[in-house]
Design a protein around this ligand. Structure first.
Ligand code: AKG
Ligand code: FE2
Length: 331
């Protein structure tokens, strides 16, 4: 039986929810109920519990309004934008990526990556300014947006899964560098293959980015979480995530590879804790088409930052749609 979703916020009905993953996820399991259902996500509370995620997100992403998408990303920590890339674009990217060398992760040679993927030719650099993605990012973050880098990730059959982590830390870290200290970041994960339950669906602990508890210390990683959710997606769709949400991906226990292009953005005000993000190499910057130059500004810029700003600065505004509760009602 599906529990009734909790009260809607902001006059919006709750997005459709989650179903048991285990019958599709080929891991042995036992039968147990979920004890702490998340009220606004509909789900099957009689789901059998396996070694993998207990719940599969079956939200009908195409049905969400702009406001509901913003809400899902802000409140749950992630959202899927379906069909951002056409099948032709996906095939084109896969064809160009196939001959490129990738480097294995430090924990498995089945998880491989290549940094600076935006420099691999016109299609990769143009993806930085991909119109439907930018339209959503501008609605979410405002118009002044910087690009922080692109990565290609390849999860081969046998990939053990990415442990639950956040995509940054407020004082920087070796893994994410100083760009990880930018206080607002959105990573756009374009999937080039279908993410099914057996082929490394995205994994997330919804709302973990909102926690003030020490368990949300972003210098912590987790093997898993009882309330983690697996998010399948079609090739050509993208997961957008708040960098503070705990997330990862599931093992690839299928027979197909799973390719992904991850492009990272931030609003121009939200610069790093220390101005130590390496500058874009001059020879690479010279390749950036003029209409994309604004995304490649100095990655350390903190537009609007003034340590000494007074209590009543000049030119204060009396309205700001970006912080209005009604932003979740946008259509
Ligand atoms: O592969 C995924 O779906 C998640 C990857 C991830 O954690 C990241 O790119 O930061
Ligand atoms: Fe991540």
């Amino acid at each position: 039986m599906r529990p009734t979703p909790g009260p809607a916020l902001g006059g919006l009905s709750d997005p459709p929810g989650l179903q048991p993953l285990t019958e599709r996820f080929p891991l042995p399991g036992t039968i147990a109920p979920l004890f702490h259902p998340i009220p606004s996500l509909a789900m099957d509370s009689s789901a059998p519990v396996a070694a993998g995620p207990r719940r599969l997100d079956t939200t009908d992403w195409a049905s969400l309004t702009l406001g509901q998408r913003i809400r899902h990303l802000e409140l749950e920590g992630y959202v899927v934008l379906p069909d951002l890339l056409s099948p032709e674009q996906v095939a084109n990217f896969k064809r160009q990526l196939a001959p490129l060398e990738t480097i294995p992760a430090d924990y498995s040679d089945k998880q491989r990556g290549r940094r600076g993927i935006q420099w691999e030719g016109p299609d990769f650099i143009n993806l930085v300014g991909h119109a439907p993605t930018i339209a959503f990012l501008e609605a979410l973050l405002g118009p002044d947006i910087l690009f922080l880098g692109g990565v290609y990730a390849l999860s081969l059959p046998g990939h053990p899964g990415i442990s639950l982590h956040t995509d940054g830390q407020p004082y920087g870290s070796q893994i994410f560098g100083w760009s990880g200290s930018c206080p607002v970041q959105v990573r756009v994960l374009y999937y080039l293959d279908d993410l099914t339950a057996d082929v490394s669906p995205f994994l997330v602990v919804p709302r973990s980015h909102l926690s003030m508890h020490a368990d949300a210390n972003p210098y912590t990683r987790y093997t898993g979480h009882p309330e983690e959710v697996a998010v399948p997606a079609k090739a050509g769709s993208a997961v957008l995530l708040n960098h503070k949400v705990f997330h990862g991906n599931c093992p690839n226990v299928g027979t197909r590879e799973r390719g992904m292009l991850a492009y990272l953005y931030r609003p121009a005000w939200a610069g790093p804790a220390e101005e130590k993000i390496p500058a874009w190499p001059a020879d690479k910057l010279a390749q950036v088409p003029p209409h994309l130059a604004r995304y490649f500004e100095n990655p350390n810029v903190r537009r609007g930052f003034d340590f000494n700003h007074p209590n009543k600065p000049k030119n204060m505004r009396g309205d700001a749609p970006g912080i209005a509760p009604s932003r979740w009602e946008r259509v």
